[in-house]
Design a protein around this ligand. Structure first.
Ligand code: FE2
Length: 393
């Protein structure tokens, strides 16, 4: 190994679900007006701030639910907290990112859609957009010579339950990822269920299959989300993303195995909807369908490898079709195996400072590069157990 290869660490703090209130200090009036929806805990926020300021961070990622109810003051407090500091008596609570010239990435969460109201009436992001600007699709940062590409998703676009997530297909379809040294997706809702994660149907992503396929197939090095107020951060082979997922009543494994190859085959057709589920097979001349696996292989050879190949209707029966497919050299199995064994970091950050959350904490992710190639990601978890600092756990 080249001992002169340059080593670089990009240190990212992943925080989520701050739930900032309209007033910096919670009043009795706040509780009466917003039963069951308390905001941030000011002592936790101060401890969080001091802890983050102690760490030498390159980027801060905030994965949604910035505010308790999309109140404009609350969102403005959050922005001030990130960029400068909130004056609180003699004390300043803030990350001073502007002064430090450090960037942050932020996406909206379902709570940011309340626009300061008790219910999600308009369900738009008027207040959020006024304070933080409209969420860009991506943001490219250069840190210590490393190109970091963030893909941002708004998972709060459905008009169903206030906590249910939905990522519009147009946010996923035909999405080109530019080249970068590391690719990170940021979204509020949990697109994958961590192993042994207790499911809560009212707070999940409605189009889980579409979303999961998109994320599995998009070569992200890390996916960051929050929403559940629980902490889970692991580097996993993407095949494990499916473990705790389900699609209607069918075992998900079968669906993912069946649909995933369609997704990478249909990648060639940028701009088309995700059509994996409704793909229909051609028949051979005797009216029989070839097996799903052989049909996938045929499409892969034709559409991804661009090789000349005959379809089922050119053959008398499936046996002849299979023989033809077997005679063409292809790397379908290899490509599929590679896709599923590729590792990706799932980072589910707990609530950073919400008053009634069982756990307040955050995650530090250290991306290690050698000669600008990502080699490893060190995960460090922090929790507030009282006192004026969050502790590494
Ligand atoms: Fe949420």
């Amino acid at each position: 190994m080249d001992s002169t290869a340059e080593k670089t660490v990009v240190k990212i703090a992943h925080i989520s679900d701050i739930h900032m209130s309209e007033n910096i200090e919670e009043t009795i009036g706040d509780r009466l007006r917003m039963v069951n929806m308390f905001g941030h805990n000011i002592l936790a926020l101060a401890a969080l701030t001091d802890t983050l300021n102690d760490l030498d961070l390159d980027i801060i990622v905030v994965s949604g639910d910035v505010s308790r109810n999309g109140n404009k003051n609350a969102l403005a407090w959050a922005k001030t907290w990130l960029e400068e500091a909130i004056a609180y008596g003699d004390y300043n609570i803030g990350l001073h990112l502007n002064q430090k010239n450090k960037p942050y990435i932020i996406v909206p969460g379902n709570h940011d859609r309340f626009n300061g109201k008790k219910f999600q009436q308009d369900r738009d992001l008027e207040n959020y957009n006024q304070v933080f600007g409209q969420m860009p699709k991506e943001k490219r940062l250069s840190v210590k010579g490393i190109e970091v590409l963030f893909s941002l998703f708004d998972s709060t676009t459905d008009d169903g339950s206030p906590a249910l997530g939905y990522i519009q297909p147009q946010q996923m379809v035909g999405r080109h990822r530019g080249k970068a040294n590391v690719n990170i997706a940021v979204v509020h809702h949990h697109i994958a269920q961590p192993p042994n994660h207790h499911r809560e149907p009212q707070t999940e992503i409605k189009n889980e299959v579409e979303a999961l396929l998109h994320f599995v197939d998009s070569d992200y090095d890390a996916i960051m989300f929050g929403h559940t107020h629980k902490c889970y951060a692991e580097l996993l082979p993407v095949r494990l993303f499916q473990r705790n997922a389900k699609y209607k009543k069918r075992p998900y494994l079968r669906w993912l195995r069946r649909i995933l190859p369609f997704n990478f085959i249909s990648k060639r057709r940028m701009g088309e909807p995700l059509d994996g589920v409704s793909y229909s097979r051609e028949k051979t001349r005797d009216g029989k369908y070839p097996s799903f696996e052989y049909y996938l292989r045929y499409l892969y050879i034709k559409e991804v490898m661009d090789k000349t190949v005959s379809g089922p209707r050119d053959f008398e029966n499936v046996k002849h079709f299979y023989r033809h497919i077997d005679s063409i050299e292809n790397d379908f199995d290899k490509r599929y195996r590679e896709l599923l064994s590729r590792r990706c970091l799932l980072s589910m950050a707990p609530s950073a400072a919400q008053a009634e959350a069982e756990l307040n904490g955050f995650v530090i992710l250290e991306f290690n590069f050698v000669a600008k190639q990502l080699k490893d990601i060190i995960i460090r978890r922090f929790a507030h157990q009282g006192g004026n600092r969050y502790k590494e756990v």
